[in-house]
Design a protein around this ligand. Structure first.
Ligand SMILES: Cc1ncc(COP(=O)(O)O)c(C=O)c1O
Length: 435
């Protein structure tokens, strides 16, 4: 390990006055043998963030990064929303200190977050049975949820869609929570395998946890229809399953915050207790600020109080107090009617640009390769398109066409511009025809 390696030569260095013989440089072999951690294996590169690293290393002037799910402008630059700049300016003008937040986070942020999730007038809020703890974005919220399940629901299995966002397995696995996959995607129809999904959830032990993507399923872009959501909620009720929603894209699927909260609200309204991890990375563009929350809607206020106390205990050992800056931005934007409207406009703008390049990509693919059905490109929603390309075809995309993407065939349309559509379509058609 790098931190340990220098310690050995320093400890055996000669005293300052002693004649200096040229020190024999310890070979890499000696250093490795000296480390008590020499048995640590290299971790595999992250399948998503590793793509960005490979993209940075490429010197191809036409390279295109469709790996990571981060929004880019038509000029393929990162975007800071105007409303975020406004909220920051207002915060700085008003002045705020850098004191620790409470363990559970900023009150105004937690209120804004629950309002956004359920709608401000939801009876569960008035009945004090909604628990919300600020977390280090969606990932941190999922991690607190996983730790809670591991601690208070021992032996409960978590069922995760196949495929899913790769980090889900890391998060539950690192908390030693047992997980299994349920069928989700049907490559034949490039749509939802609803029969497979419900059969697997039916076969799961009663009282399991079911991880569901609130909207804009990652990586497939395929969501259940409202009727299918109703059937899934009924199934969860009958089986006593606990739904755990991962809401990382509220506002990004349709451009409308309320429409994208349809599924978790439906589950709550049908009387289920639910867990929801929320993230402001995508919809407010606060990727690096790490802003999110874990919510639980429970049956009664008493349980809510006790659960919050335990979530705080978990967070205390993870990060003690959540970060201030991004939470204040989110609270300002959601809490101020004018800024809230402005945000909705900007979000619709981002979702609209993605929908536009989706349409352009489909048209370009149909023009080049009419024998294949490309309608899935516009049927899928959210940031991604799940192209069905094999790892070999993806390698061709990267090696020959300098299109950097994950090996499961997912492309982030948030990273595509109209100007790059033709080149991307050329690459896809070459890859699916010739590899
Ligand atoms: C499905 C899903 N869940 C959660 C996250 C978490 O993101 P963050 O930790 O930035 O909120 C992501 C990010 O890409 C995601 O795609």
């Amino acid at each position: 390990m790098r931190a340990l390696a220098p310690a050995a030569p320093r400890a055996s260095a000669p005293a300052a006055a002693a004649p200096r013989a040229p020190a024999a440089r310890p070979s890499v072999r000696t250093l490795a043998a000296a480390s008590r951690l020499s048995g640590v294996e290299m971790a595999p590169p992250d399948p998503i963030l590793g793509v960005s690293e490979a993209f940075k290393r490429s010197s191809d002037p036409n390279k295109l990064n469709l790996g990571v799910g981060a929004y880019r402008t038509e000029e393929l630059q990162p975007l800071v929303l105007d409303v975020v700049k406004k909220a920051e300016a207002k915060m700085l003008a008003a002045g705020y200190n850098k004191e620790y937040l409470p363990i559970e986070g900023l009150d105004s942020f937690r209120k804004a977050t629950v309002d956004l999730l359920l709608g401000a007038d939801h009876p569960a809020i008035k009945q004090d049975r909604v628990v919300c703890i600020q977390a280090l974005s969606g990932t941190g919220a999922l991690r607190v949820g996983a730790a809670f399940i591991g601690k208070f629901m021992p032996g409960t299995k978590v069922f995760i869609s196949n495929p899913t966002w790769g980090n889900h397995m890391n998060i539950f696995g690192d908390e030693r929570v047992e997980w299994a996959k349920y069928r989700y995607f049907d490559p034949e129809t490039v749509g939802l395998d609803f029969a497979g999904m419900t059969a697997d959830l039916e076969a799961a032990p009663d009282g399991s946890v079911v991880l569901l993507h609130g909207c804009a399923h990652n990586p497939t872009g395929v969501d259940p229809t409202p009727e299918q959501w109703k059937a899934i909620a009924e199934l969860c009720k009958r089986k006593g399953h606990l739904p755990f929603f991962d809401v990382a894209y509220q506002g990004f699927a349709t451009g409308d915050l309320d429409k994208d909260a349809f599924a978790p609200r439906l589950f709550v309204d049908s009387g289920l207790e639910v867990v929801v991890a929320q993230s402001y990375s995508k919809n407010l563009g606060l990727y690096g600020e790490r802003v999110g929350a874990l919510n639980l809607v429970l049956a009664d206020a008493e349980s809510a109080k006790r659960v919050l106390s335990q979530l705080k205990r978990i967070a205390r050992a993870l990060w003690s107090n959540p970060p201030t800056h991004g939470a204040r931005i989110a609270a300002e934007v959601v809490g101020d009617p004018a800024m809230f409207e402005e945000w909705k406009g900007e979000m619709a703008g981002m979702a609209g640009r993605i929908a536009k390049v989706r349409g352009e990509l489909r048209a370009a693919l149909e023009a080049r390769c009419p024998e294949k059905d490309w309608s899935f490109v516009t049927k899928q929603i959210g940031m991604f398109s799940y192209t069905g390309m094999s790892p070999k075809q993806v390698d061709n995309m990267t090696n020959k066409h300098a299109v950097f993407m994950t090996r499961d065939g997912r492309i982030s349309l948030a990273g595509l511009s109209s100007a790059k559509v033709a080149a991307l379509a050329d690459g896809i058609v070459d890859s699916v025809r010739n590899h």
